[in-house]
Design a protein around this ligand. Sequence first.
Ligand SMILES: [Fe+2]
Length: 298
Amino acid sequence: MPVRSLGYIRIAAEDMDAWNRFAGEFLGLESVKGDHPEASYFRMDDHPHRLAILPAANNALDAIGFQVGSAEELAEMCRAVEETGTKVAALDQAACRDRRVSEAVAFDDPAGNRIELFWGVALAHNPVSTPKVSGFVTGDQGMGHVVLTVGDGPAAYAFYTRTLGFRPRNTLRMPAGPAADGTPQFETLWFLGCNPRHHTVGLLPMAGPGRMIHFMLETATLDDVGRAWDRAEKLEIPIMQTLGRHTNDRMVSFYVIGPGGFAVEYGYDGVRITEEEPVYEITEGEFWGHKFINFPTL
Ligand SMILES: [Fe+2]
């Protein structure tokens, strides 16, 4: 069985105050207690937390956690990852308790992005409190999606599809500078899914070590997105891209630049995939909007 969904994101942060304000006041997540008193944990549904911010000397992605179905599925996937020559490390008891999961492992994807796989999340049964947001779309679609840079696109594509079981949903060709003879060249951005969410992972070929370009959270209503836009203005959070609608997942969203330079897409109305379609190419990223206003510096 493939990965089931995006479970959580852990970010190492220089400025905890900025993240607490960003995740609580802007994203509208519920701040909750966790094992590390200096870390911040944020809840958005019945998972104990989906976003963990860890104090650090440098801003960096700490880990992306993907949920798998069971201990058996985790063991099977570990074997598949090890077969690619990738080293897999089991997380110790304290690390699993911190994540509120029964078992987890960690490894680097071919671009060096740290991935964790887990099963057995300990659910919270009291209602989540997100008064700024009517609700987040999660459940079988998971926390949202991430877009990662990968130095070697084909290697990353092979790893995510063949080893982790993601399905290719669509491509977007990005200009990549002309060849020596002047012929225009392209890099392929892949959008990969593992559940009814159109894409859980985007792989953007780009030189250098792998990075998380953005993560996306989906809200229940258009008003949630509109109110977030107002909050961004009030809190003076830089807009990266204006409101727009994507051509692949049909998400109506805007992008902000969060603390540490990580971008966050805040959206609504993403399509729910009920039947697998042949892979297609999109020739524009959006039907309208998503105009760049600011660029992140990571
Ligand atoms: Fe996105």
